[in-house]
Design a protein around this ligand. Structure first.
Ligand code: S3P
Length: 174
């Protein structure tokens, strides 16, 4: 299987980079959160509010299970998708993991003005970001086949550099 699975914290650029990568690889772009929102006909915020985080996590796993049935996709996962080992197993079988890494400062700058991320709608979002990142960074690093540091690079640069690297990797795998 040759999917490219983008992982990384909220604000790491998975959606923007994923769209660009799909274009250069001639793959379909799939955003797991977007599929969940469409299926539920609710935003992620509403799902967290109405059904709670554990219900969201179940929807996330169900959606990933469907997504991995298809090939030649760039899959953008929500930042918490890798916490559940079942998700990691399913996604690993379907292709390669690419971790988009960014510093706490960069991530905070990118997410601080939005309100679409329920886990950061708290009194001290910066502290929450630091704590969650600390917990998850190890998982991202461990799971990743490719780790790409996005610091100081714009989306086009990231897409160009990663596109070349991934083409090489997919070539090796096939
Ligand atoms: C989450 C990240 C979000 C979304 C949900 C939970 C997380 O996706 O899945 O709000 O646990 O980090 P993005 O990483 O695309 O913001």
């Amino acid at each position: 299987m040759s999917n490219v699975v983008l992982i990384g914290f909220m604000g790491s650029g998975k959606t923007a980079v994923g769209c660009g990568l799909a274009r250069v690889l001639n793959y379909k772009f799939v955003d797991v959160d977007e599929l969940i929102e469409k299926k539920q006909n609710q935003t992620i915020i509403q799902i967290f509010e109405n059904q709670g985080e554990s219900a969201f996590r179940k929807l996330e796993t169900d959606t990933i299970n469907k997504v991995v049935q298809e090939d030649e996709q760039v899959v953008s996962c929500g930042g918490g998708a890798v916490i559940d080992k079942r998700n990691v197993e399913m996604l690993r079988e379907s292709g390669i993991f690419v971790y988009l890494k960014a510093s706490t400062d960069v991530l905070y700058q990118r997410v601080k003005n939005g309100n679409s991320r329920p886990l950061l709608n708290v009194a001290n979002p910066r502290k929450q970001l630091e704590e969650l990142l600390h917990q998850r960074e190890k998982i991202y690093e461990r799971v990743a086949d490719v780790t790409f540091d996005t610091t100081g690079k714009d989306v086009n640069e990231i897409v160009d550099l990663l596109g070349e690297e991934i083409k090489g990797r997919l070539g090796e795998k096939n």
